[in-house]
Design a protein around this ligand. Structure first.
Ligand SMILES: NC(=O)c1ccc[n+]([C@@H]2O[C@H](COP(=O)([O-])OP(=O)(O)OC[C@H]3O[C@@H](n4cnc5c(N)ncnc54)[C@H](OP(=O)(O)O)[C@@H]3O)[C@@H](O)[C@H]2O)c1
Length: 744
């Protein structure tokens, strides 16, 4: 059998993690002869497929990946897949294989050379784009493919697309080369060479005979940094980084590039970088075939040539040349400020272009339409995790607001999934919100949402229009879920403090994953419920003001407890009422110990650029945690009873001194210090006037040193918080190009 479920040659463990478990391998019999005349004694090809091959073998679609890509097209092009999208596994048999010379499962420089028993590294022979496509052609034949509906790919993938049309004209019905070129220009060759020389300048490169355990990482990172500058563009970098400092001696732009360099070192290989950039440099559809324009004219299949106006690597003129000479080509712009990588960023728009093209060429609706607003506006698909005090009112609010959002603002807001700790109800077309409780109750008991178990649900969500994960749980295990969501192009809106107050290492990783995926992450309700605290502080910093200190009361729950204590209510009874009113955290000890306020203070401080951990907070509890042994509500109320008298005396003592007890947070930005604890304040203090469940922050800034900026209002409450979450969802919708205001 030429197929295997495991790699015939072992994979380097670091890279094996980047290869999906669904991967299969094709192992052609005998050696493989390269265009250069060299021979690879053994070849293996890692590939993925989606959908079923029709009995006639005529429904295949081939996806060709770019330079550092892999066969896992559903990971890096997630939103191209699905009903109504460019690649529809319900109708198409989609194939993507890791290219020859790469390091994600197919034979390449990191593979073992059977002649020496060691990796080839720098001794791997020259391969060409034609070699890559000939290997893919063999795989297609072995899979039983007799006709290919379309070959689709961007960048180096687009080069392969052209070679597919030329090498297998009778097999290929249509082609879609995206942000690509028919021959590598002097400019592109120059860029490749500069990057290769960066690797070669690293002493660890050792003429290509490096130790794979100690590779030329610095050279590879530098090469990647150069490349990243050509994958994006001036406008994109100005918009995202401008001259913003990351730290005292580092621009944000520098930090971004360094991060990108390090990321690649972890997942790629230096000799592979050499081999694949050289393969691109040899790319010329006319090589050995005659006149360049004549060769392009011989590509007779219908072609959709996609061009990105801001691409500085394969400039738009290169796609215009292609489209001008290919007789059945149509040039289609993909407008973007993001340069070459736009084909990995504006995937929804690209999918629409490709699906429309396929529909025209294949003479039928390419696939089932996805639900979109009748007026042509934007769909937003929500997966809501948590149906508690906040989740339930949110679902009601979406149900009540959906019609007016659709008619007034062109937003088709659909809740496609609702989950709790027991299970998850999911429907691609949207749940009926008048009976979501029944649907959730009858869903299979799959347990709490978590990674890796819930990956398939995220895949499903990622294929729907405007996918948004809404986290209204208090589960720290959602942190890796966010990362996986970002990676799939899913936006996240969260009220859950725990992932946000996790370590700085986690936060940095999360931020990087979000930036990389160009998705939105809003968590305004995690501090102060529906009060616009975080956004207000963030905007002060963004507009060049410097925040010196922030003082505030961040727990509406503790404010309520203290207010009741002032009226003479015993603390234990006040806590019971707070629980009944839905004000307390899942574990009310987090409110009483001050941990909840400390977490909020850390989330807030990080918005101001402070790199702090919850453990760094100087925390004085309202009630010492050691006096609260159990989170069980009745046991907790029981243990508080023993403290009622002492607590009442404390409140009374403050009153006798003309003061009131408040639980305050103070963030001193320059000192890098956060204090959280009870403070007695006089009537002149802002906090003295707090009522019911109010919270506030007062920010002293360089521009506002005399009169701090104050945000104040109710800081807890299910319906209020739900309203704040809906506001965050609408911000995501607005970023997707939805009209969310009258001016739009
Ligand atoms: N309440 C407020 O006023 C307020 C204000 C601001 C922020 N918040 C934050 O909002 C979040 C939710 O608060 P809440 O008051 O609504 O809490 P809640 O009433 O305790 O509800 C939490 C919900 O999350 C579900 N859940 C927990 N882990 C899950 C998982 N892994 N997968 C799926 N579902 C999971 C629970 O499922 P079960 O139903 O099966 O237990 C429950 O439905 C918390 O992080 C809280 O700090 C709340």
């Amino acid at each position: 059998m030429p197929f295997a479920d495991k790699p015939p040659d072992p994979l380097a463990p670091a890279r094996a993690a980047f290869i999906a478990p669904e991967t299969r391998w094709y192992v052609p019999p005998g050696p493989f002869l390269l265009e250069s005349g060299a021979r690879l004694p053994r070849l293996q090809v890692a590939f993925r497929t989606w959908g079923r091959l029709s009995p006639a073998g005529d429904n295949a679609v081939v996806v060709c990946h770019a330079f550092t890509g892999s066969a896992d097209a559903d990971r890096w092009w997630t939103r191209m897949f699905g009903p109504g999208r460019a690649l529809d596994p319900e109708r198409d048999f989609i194939v993507c294989s890791n290219i020859l010379g790469s390091c994600y499962g197919t034979t390449g420089p990191a593979s073992i050379d059977p002649a020496t028993g060691s990796p080839y590294l720098g001794s791997f022979p020259l391969v060409t784009v034609r070699d890559m496509v000939r290997v893919q052609g063999e795989l297609a034949r072995a899979l039983g493919i007799r006709r290919i509906r379309s070959v689709v790919g961007g960048s180096l993938g687009g080069m392969q697309v052209l070679e597919w049309a030329l090498l297998f004209p009778d097999l290929v019905t249509s082609i879609v080369p995206i942000a690509s070129s028919a021959r590598h220009s002097a400019w592109a060759i120059g860029l490749s060479e500069a990057q290769r020389q960066a690797i070669a300048a690293d002493p660890r490169w050792a003429g290509g005979r490096y130790d794979p355990a100690d590779p030329p990482a610095a050279g590879l990172a530098a090469a990647r940094m150069m490349a990243m500058c050509t994958y994006r563009g001036w406008e994109s970098f100005e918009e995202r980084y401008g001259r913003r400092p990351q730290s005292a001696d580092l621009f944000a732009m520098e930090s971004y590039l360094r991060y990108q360099g390090q990321q690649l070192v972890g997942r790629f290989d230096a000799a592979t970088y050499f081999v694949l950039t050289r393969a691109m440099d040899t790319h010329d559809v006319a090589r050995g075939r005659g006149d360049f324009e004549e060769v392009l004219r011989s590509i007779r299949q219908p072609a959709l040539v996609v061009t990105v106006d801001t691409d500085v690597l394969y400039v738009p003129e290169e796609q215009r040349i292609m489209a001008r000479h290919m007789p059945a080509a149509r040039l289609e712009p993909l407008p973007s400020p993001h340069g070459h990588d736009a084909f990995l960023i504006h995937v929804d728009e690209l999918s629409t272009l490709v699906a429309g093209f396929r529909e025209r060429v294949e003479g039928r609706a390419a696939s089932r339409p996805v639900a979109r607003p009748a007026s042509g506006g934007q769909g937003v698909s929500l997966l809501v995790l948590g149906k508690g005090k906040v989740g339930s009112p949110l679902l009601d609010q979406v149900r009540d607001q959906a019609a007016s959002l659709s008619s007034d603002y062109d937003i088709a807001l659909r809740v496609v999934g609702v989950g709790d700790r027991r299970g998850l109800a999911f429907d691609d077309h949207g749940l009926d919100l008048s009976r979501w409780r029944d649907e959730l109750a009858s869903a299979p008991p799959t347990g709490p949402f978590h990674i890796p178990g819930s990956g398939e649900v995220l895949d499903r969500l990622a294929r729907l229009p405007g996918p948004v994960l809404v986290d209204i749980t208090a589960d720290p295990a959602l942190l890796p879920v966010y990362e996986e969501a970002f990676r799939r192009g899913i936006h996240v809106v969260g009220a859950n403090k725990l992932p946000l107050a996790s370590s700085m290492v986690d936060r940095d990783r999360l931020s990087a994953a979000r930036r990389q995926a160009h998705v939105r992450f809003h968590y305004e309700t995690s501090v102060g419920a529906s009060l616009p605290l975080l956004g207000t502080l963030r905007n002060l910093v963004r507009t060049g003001d410097r925040v010196l200190a922030v003082e505030g009361s961040l727990s509406g729950t503790v404010c309520y407890l203290l207010g009741e204590a002032e009226k003479g209510t015993p603390l234990s009874m006040a806590l019971r009422w707070a629980r009944e009113l839905g004000y307390t955290e899942e574990d009310p000890r987090d409110d009483l110990s001050g941990l909840d306020s400390a977490r909020k203070a850390v989330i807030l401080a990080r918005e101001l650029g402070m790199r702090v951990e919850v453990d760094d907070v100087i925390l004085e509890p309202l009630v010492p945690p050691e006096l609260l042994p159990s989170s069980d509500p009745s046991a907790l109320v029981g243990s508080l009873r023993g403290l009622d008298r002492e607590f009442a005396a404390r409140v009374e003592g403050a009153r006798a001194r003309g003061k009131v007890l408040r639980y305050l947070v103070r963030v001193d930005v320059d000192a890098g210090r956060i204090r959280v604890g009870p403070v007695e304040v006089g009537p002149e203090h802002r906090a003295a006037g707090l009522r019911e469940v109010e919270a506030y922050v007062a920010a002293t800034t360089v521009r506002r040193s005399g009169s701090p900026l104050v945000v104040q209002g109710a800081g807890v409450g299910g319906a209020l918080t739900a309203g704040g979450i809906l506001t965050d969802v609408l911000r995501v919708a607005s970023s997707l190009g939805v009209r969310t205001g009258w001016s739009g």
